[in-house]
Design a protein around this ligand. Structure first.
Ligand code: NOJ
Length: 563
């Protein structure tokens, strides 16, 4: 157990590994990953050197949005296991010093949630409907939606229920938005936070944390613009990042503080960087995802700005920041770095188009993507704050771009289907390859020999990235992750010192920063975004993401030097 993990503020400098449970490991052979599958790999996770796991939703759910459509917040989906399985998993994690973070989805419930069914049955004006956002439709018989708001996944954000009223769903039609002005909603989520805290959850990840407070009263609904921009915060935005949302998190902080050590949460809030810190402040959640790194293209100035903004937000909040390269909502970063690089503002569109055409429109340079992913990891791990890893990145997996349309599960893809479409997020959610030579055809994803097919098809090239293959290669991505994580823990986390200084004397194609390390020396992390090799400072090279050339650090590489 690291010293870091026994302190009450362990989460401030943690390395958190995101488990997407349905795609991690299938212990019972139904083709869906499960909780027992996580328990079965606790040794693997421990050997990786992480401090915590965050589990994406594993609750009972119709899986209209990969489990982010929750039908029962205080239970385990029977396909993924039982509450006893959760207890065993948490105990196994704690036994090896790994903390457990669970996902809370407070903006919406599944339309299969008992509350939603009660709301439909009870009719307009009832207290049951007041837990959600129901409004009368426009037109003579309420046949038109209350206004033109769009769902994040495409199509209208309102759905009629047949009695003149419509309900709001900012995401899929199966995800009905809750009304956070309703007292039942507040009480129920506090109960959920206590339920999982009592069962051993050490922290929470809060889904779309910036959407809970909504203004549907201050002006007629039809007067709002059709597409309130998530990036435009404040009173003028009826849906996203409204000031009142922070009252909810101050209330939750009281619940977190009932525990010893106090629980924390990390907000998923796609807000302007200048607003991030509020969610993270000590009287609210504690931490917020900083997605700046994952937004950056492979350009030194974009990475530098991302780091500067993250550090500034941390300082403002009085907490620490977070660093993210990948998660279950974005194309995997070795693919992003291996595709042609254009500025971040348009890179997203380039990757989306490439996916839409099954990965055929641009050449994906996998060697280059891998080199850059290694460099990015080392740069990221040297930064103060917490690092959130996404399952499979330790294997260097790429995005699976050619999943057949008929096999896609993501509502983002289903909502739009073909033509004007986007292909959605399934390409990073394909079940993990554990064994290259697996006769039953799923790279060892399912434990039983007789099993249902993996819920998303795995490509043949997964064989090269299977865990058992990487275990045997001296310099595989997996081995590199283990080495780099061990070095971070030993050298950086152990100091508790979060200071960072930009190193002088490098050109603008280089990102170089200095950090004090545990043995009293100073670590310089140098990343070369340019084409020509860069001279490293004198000292001991502790770790390098690529072999050093005579002239120094080659292109697309990071080295850590101590002196
Ligand atoms: C963010 C989650 O990460 C994403 O997967 C989900 O689709 C939306 N929130 C809606 O819950």
């Amino acid at each position: 157990m690291t010293r870091n993990n026994v302190s009450a503020e362990w989460w401030k400098q943690a390395v958190v590994y995101q488990v997407y449970p349905r795609s991690f490991y299938d212990a019972n052979g139904d083709g869906l990953g499960d909780i027992k599958g996580v328990t079965a790999h606790m040794d693997y996770l421990h050997a990786l050197g992480i401090n915590a796991i965050w589990l994406s939703p594993f609750y009972p759910s119709p899986l209209a949005d990969g489990g982010y459509d929750v039908a029962d917040y205080r239970n385990v989906d029977p396909r993924l296991g039982t509450l006893e399985d959760f207890d065993e998993m948490a105990a196994a994690a704690h036994a090896v010093g790994i903390k457990v973070i669970v996902d809370i989805v407070p903006n919406h419930t599944s339309t299969e949630h008992p509350w939603f069914k009660e709301a439909l049955a009870a009719g307009p004006g009832s207290p049951e409907r007041d837990r959600y956002v129901f409004r009368p439709g426009r037109g003579e018989h309420g046949e038109l939606p209350p206004n033109g708001w769009k769902s994040t996944f495409g199509g209208p954000a309102w759905e009629p229920v047949g009695d003149g009223e419509w309900y709001l769903h900012l995401f899929a039609v199966e995800q009905a938005d809750l009304n956070w002005k309703n007292a039942d909603v507040h009480e129920d989520f506090k109960q959920t936070l206590r339920f999982w805290s009592d069962r051993g959850a050490d922290g929470f990840r809060i889904d779309v944390a910036h959407a809970l407070a909504k203004d549907l009263e201050s002006r007629p609904l039809a007067d709002w613009p059709d597409d309130p921009d998530q990036g435009e915060p404040g009173d003028e935005n009826p849906l996203w990042d409204r000031p009142e949302v922070h009252e909810i998190y101050r209330e939750w902080r009281q619940v977190f503080n009932e525990y010893e050590p106090a629980r924390f949460a990390v907000a998923e809030a796609w807000v302007v960087p200048e607003h991030q810190w509020m969610y993270a402040s000590p009287d609210e959640l504690g931490q917020v995802f900083n997605f700046q790194l994952s937004n950056a293209g492979w350009f030194a100035d974009e990475f530098r700005l991302a780091i500067e903004k993250g550090l500034a937000a941390a300082e403002q909040s009085g907490s620490t920041t977070t660093w993210v390269l990948s998660n279950h909502d974005m194309p995997r970063h070795p693919t992003r770095y291996g595709l042609p690089q254009v500025r971040s503002a348009v890179h997203h569109q380039l990757v989306t188009d490439w996916l839409l055409r099954d990965g055929k429109t641009y050449y994906e340079d996998r060697d280059l993507g891998t080199r850059r992913a290694r460099a990015a990891l080392l740069m990221e791990l040297g930064l103060p704050g917490s690092v959130y890893l996404y399952q499979g990145e330790e294997l260097g997996l790429f995005e699976v771009a050619d999943i057949p349309w008929g096999a896609l599960e993501d509502p983002e893809a289903a909502m739009t289907s073909h033509g004007d479409a986007i292909k959605g997020r399934d390409g990073c959610r394909v079940p993990l390859p554990w064994r290259a030579m697996d006769e039953s055809g799923d790279f060892g994803f399912s434990a039983p020999v007789d099993h249902a097919p993996a819920h998303l098809p795995q490509p043949e090239w997964f064989a090269q990235y299977a865990v058992d293959v990487e275990e045997t290669e001296r310099d595989s991505m997996l081995k590199f992750y283990r080495r780099a994580l061990a070095a971070r823990t030993e050298l950086l986390t152990a100091t508790g010192d979060t200071s960072l200084t930009w190193a002088a004397g490098y050109d603008d194609q280089v990102i170089a920063y200095e950090r004090p390390i545990a043995d009293g020396r100073v670590l310089t992390s140098v990343t070369n975004f340019g084409a020509a090799p860069v001279a490293l400072p004198a000292g001991e090279v502790l770790l390098a993401s690529a072999p050093l050339a005579d002239g120094g650090l080659p292109a697309d590489a990071t080295a850590w030097v101590a002196r």
